[in-house]
Design a protein. Structure first.
Length: 437
């Protein structure tokens, strides 16, 4: 046996009869040293504790996204030709129908002029037909009929006269044949004059009107085609917005479907972001989010979710959301933003610092409640975790004192001392003082 800090020197000079008394003396001396050096009881560990409180807590998820213009357009040409003019530059505000870029095509302008002239002619003819026959034309036709009747009557009388002369032998038979031919011709002219008079008196037919109206429509269609070609040379703004990019300059050659300019509607700016599939169900239209654009120095802004994409991104297992900012005046497409979205909110939750909750290897959540200078192991159900705080759903009441620091290695029923001004005090009195920290 080893006795620290105890040295004994024994000189045996007594008779054997005193050996027992001497041995007893030596053992007593060793026992005294052993009793003097025996370790004292281990002091209670010092811990920090806080009382469970009722507070507002929210489950917040942080992610990143970007500012996107939902209404944006890349303007291209459908015809080829030299760029005649570029009316707007990047950053300019434009209105619907405003000219941005013009392609110079003189041939198309000439086609429009020709088509307009053809329309004017066709419309004039139609107007003339629809107006009807003038009285002087009818009078002329009647006079022509009268003259044709006289000519036919004269030709008939001339045949009878020549026939008598032929019978008397004064004229040859050929003269009679010529007079008969002239009579037939006169009758034909009379019939033609009478038909024209009848047509004039009856007015234009439906067929004539329909044909002329169709000619007018055809001329107008050709004009529309020519105007459409020239319109394709004028690239105009399809909506009110801001020009974001111009790809050409005067003198460049435009080609079909090549981009000429880009623009967007600032009223359509949204913040687009994605959440993991398992957490995406907590957000929907009307949910509020906060975002901070890096380009604006991280200034905190607010937005409302207005659209949830119906399909999951299969490779990433995420769902996309769009939120409309309360103020988009300082935003621009493509800005990188940092987003905070509250998935769940509890107004009256029992809350503890997250360090107070210990997770066991079996997945249990436990806390140590301080009562009369000792700790009681308590299994609890947790809920939302946010900013170093944890919601206690069940197993703990508001106001109970819970160990927050130093709970590692504690056992149920162990004595503890509270840190702070009560350190070293009687553990039985620490309960009250620790709750006032």
């Amino acid at each position: 046996m080893l006795f620290r800090r105890c040295s004994v020197v024994v000189l045996v000079t007594t008779p054997a009869s005193g050996a027992c008394r001497f041995a007893a003396t030596v053992l007593a001396a060793f026992a005294g040293c052993a009793a003097k050096d025996a370790p004292k009881g281990k002091p209670a560990p010092v811990v920090s504790a806080e009382r469970a409180v009722t507070a507002h807590i929210a489950e917040v998820v942080e992610t990143t996204g970007e500012v996107v213009a939902v209404r944006a357009a890349t303007l291209s040409a459908t015809v080829e030709g030299p760029i005649g003019s570029v009316r707007r530059r990047e950053g300019d505000t434009v209105e619907t129908g405003e000219l941005l870029v013009e392609i110079d095509r003189a041939a198309y302008r000439a086609e429009v002029a020709v088509a307009r002239a053809a329309v004017a002619v066709a419309r004039a003819k139609l107007a003339d037909i629809e107006t009807g026959v003038r009285p002087e034309e009818v009078a002329q036709a009647r006079e022509a009929v009268r003259q044709a009747e006289e000519a036919a009557s004269f030709a008939e009388a001339d045949i009878r006269r020549i026939a008598r002369l032929v019978e008397s032998g004064s004229l040859s038979g050929e003269t009679l044949e010529k007079s008969r031919v002239e009579h037939v011709t006169a009758l034909s002219r009379l019939a033609s004059a009478r038909e024209r008079l009848s047509m004039l008196e009856a007015g234009p037919t439906r067929t004539q009107l329909a044909v002329q109206r169709a000619l007018v429509q055809e001329a107008e269609a050709r004009l529309g085609l020519a105007e459409a070609r020239i319109a394709e040379c004028r690239i105009v703004a399809p909506f009110d917005g801001i020009v974001s990019r111009v790809h050409v300059a005067p003198g460049d050659m435009a080609s079909a479907r090549a981009p000429l300019a880009e623009m967007y509607d600032p009223e359509s700016l949204v913040v687009r972001f994605a959440l993991p599939e398992q957490r995406s169900g907590a957000l929907g239209p009307g949910s509020r989010v906060e975002f901070a654009p890096d380009a604006l120095g991280g200034a905190l802004m607010r937005a409302e979710v207005v659209r949830v994409f119906p399909e999951i991104n299969r490779p990433l297992r995420t769902r996309t959301f769009e939120a409309r900012p309360e103020d988009a005046s300082r935003l621009a497409p493509g800005m990188f933003v940092r987003i905070k979205a509250a998935l769940r909110t509890e107004r009256e939750a029992v809350v503890l610092p997250s360090g107070a909750v210990i997770t066991t290897p079996r997945g249990e959540h436990v806390v140590f409640v301080v009562e009369d200078g000792k700790v009681s192991r308590r299994e609890v159900e947790t809920g939302i975790r946010d900013a170093g705080r944890t919601q206690i759903v069940s197993g703990l009441e508001p106001g109970e004192l819970v160990v927050t620091v130093g709970n590692e290695g504690l056992a149920d029923g162990a004595a503890v001392r509270l840190a702070g001004r009560n350190a070293g005090a009687d553990p039985a009195r620490d309960k009250t003082d620790g709750g006032n920290r």
